[in-house]
Design a protein around this ligand. Structure first.
Ligand SMILES: Cc1cc2nc3c(=O)[nH]c(=O)nc-3n(C[C@H](O)[C@H](O)[C@H](O)COP(=O)(O)OP(=O)(O)OC[C@H]3O[C@@H](n4cnc5c(N)ncnc54)[C@H](O)[C@@H]3O)c2cc1C
Length: 427
């Protein structure tokens, strides 16, 4: 069996694993670390998608996340794909009060940005290829079969499918970062308990073509069956586009999957009305079961857990990746500290500091997403009145609106101390 050694191995090259590698690139270059990132799938950049592609999920990036990505040089190449959110319209179907949050009211050019996930993935992997080839080895189409943390060297085994068959490789390293997503078998194999609760809901995800420019407007609408978010996508190939995420009870999943395009277009339009104009065409729809999960162990000696492997949130507030990115930077900061102190980067003291630094943020964000979901998915009269009062208060009290907007934008936390992609900055 082949053997290899790295300082850090990241398991999973989704949006979180790839951004972890990017956040570590400057540190790796400064301290001569070797990093490997392993993913079971083919890397995103192998199949570039057109800017105007109507399929696939989109992510609302908070302004704080934009700043984090900018700090490591990853924002500039992402900008070409990013649509700024300049207005958010929150409304409750059939009810009088709503709230409007404008970027200019909170002294910003944008409240956040929307990017299609496939474009983010492609840009992250391109950046890793072009800027970090000396420190970071990318291993795709390779499934990690088992892993073990240890005091001295953590160990993992992966299998690569090649044209001439499969081969297994054993790796030793100081630190394994698990970014293998919400259905992580590896975490279970390690006996790391994961609190899980089904929402008994699905998210219908579909992109639409609009008949007119959206001017950066995003809408959040509370409908009888569940909340619907409509996010503006970058206009491309002369098409004005938006991404829809509609939370629905589990029982509607089959009906929504089977509905013909015209009926679904009408259904979506009826729910949201015409604040973004008329929906003209649909991309492919996707349906995701929704669960809340939090791993109650997120670090061991030589091992850390990040992204969906550590927590999955209800998508109503669009915070899953934003929270994960803050975790990525909190971990990179501890790796940086360990390097500066010439300590082992797998040392539990540093990894526990990462867990401690992230815990409050995780509790707040997971809790807030859960509460917002309960408040806004309910047809209960008392909760509906509370929700209307909340929207009214937000509209009438500029301070409440500003605080809410700053928190949602991820601007209420300082930037982590991480070296930029292109070289040293701190020390
Ligand atoms: C409908 C919906 C809308 C959302 N909208 C937003 C939003 O607007 N804003 C926001 O911040 N967040 C949003 N999120 C959350 C966000 O999408 C997730 O937080 C994010 O995608 C998690 O990425 P990840 O890299 O942790 O996991 P994943 O994307 O699941 O990636 C895991 C990777 O690990 C690889 N892998 C798994 N097992 C192995 C193995 N054994 N060996 C090798 N590789 C392996 C997989 O191939 C995969 O590439 C939304 C989520 C949903 C469902």
């Amino acid at each position: 069996m082949k053997q290899a050694h790295y300082d850090i191995v990241i398991v999973g090259g989704g949006m979180v694993g790839a951004s972890m590698a990017l956040a570590l690139a400057g540190i790796a270059s400064r301290y001569g670390l070797q990093i490997a990132i392993i993913d079971a799938a083919k890397t995103e950049q192998a199949t570039p998608t057109a800017a105007g592609d109507l399929d696939g999920r989109a992510t609302a990036l908070a302004l704080g996340s934009r700043n984090l990505l900018h700090s490591i040089g990853a924002w500039v190449p992402l900008q070409d794909y990013a649509q700024a959110i300049v207005d958010i319209n929150v409304s409750d179907q059939g009810q009088p009060f709503g709230a409007q949050i404008r970027a200019q009211d909170v002294g910003q050019k944008a409240l956040g940005y929307v990017l299609q996930n496939q474009h983010m993935g492609q840009v992250f992997w391109q950046q890793l290829n072009q800027q970090c080839a000396g420190q970071i080895t990318m291993i795709d189409q390779s499934k990690v079969l088992e892993l073990d943390n240890a005091i001295k060297d953590s160990r993992l085994l992966y299998e690569r499918q090649g044209t001439t068959g499969s081969e297994q490789v054993e790796i030793t390293c100081q630190l394994i970062v698990m970014a293998d997503g919400g259905r992580s078998n590896l975490r279970e194999d390690l006996g790391m308990f994961n609190y899980q609760q089904s929402y008994e809901q699905v998210a219908l995800v579909v992109n639409v073509v609009l008949d007119k420019p959206h001017n950066g407007l995003a809408c959040e609408r509370f409908t009888a069956h569940g909340p619907m978010a409509v996010l503006p996508l970058l206009t491309a190939d002369e098409q004005h586009r938006a991404a829809i995420v509609w939370t629905q009870p589990n029982q509607r999943a089959e009906e929504l999957a089977a509905m013909d395009d015209d009926t679904l277009l009408t259904e979506l339009q009826n729910q949201i009305g015409y604040p973004m104009g008329e929906f003209r065409a649909l991309g492919q729809r996707q349906i995701y079961p929704l669960t809340l999960s939090v791993a109650n162990e997120q670090a061991r000696q030589g091992l850390a857990v990040i992204g969906n492997a550590a927590h999955t949130l209800h998508p109503i507030a669009g915070q899953g990746f934003n929270l994960a990115l803050r975790g990525v930077f909190a971990l990179a900061e501890q790796v940086h500290k360990a390097c500066r102190a010439q300590a082992s980067i797998g040392s539990l003291a540093y990894l526990q500091a990462f867990v401690d630094a992230s815990a409050g943020d995780q509790q707040r964000t997971v809790g807030a997403s859960d509460q917002i979901m309960k408040l806004f998915s309910s047809g209960d009269k008392t909760l509906m009145i509370g929700r209307q009062l909340g929207l009214l208060a937000m509209q009438k009290m500029p301070l409440a609106k500003t605080l809410f907007a700053r928190s949602a934008m991820g601007l209420d936390r300082p930037l982590a101390d991480v070296l930029p992609l292109t070289g040293g900055r701190h020390d």
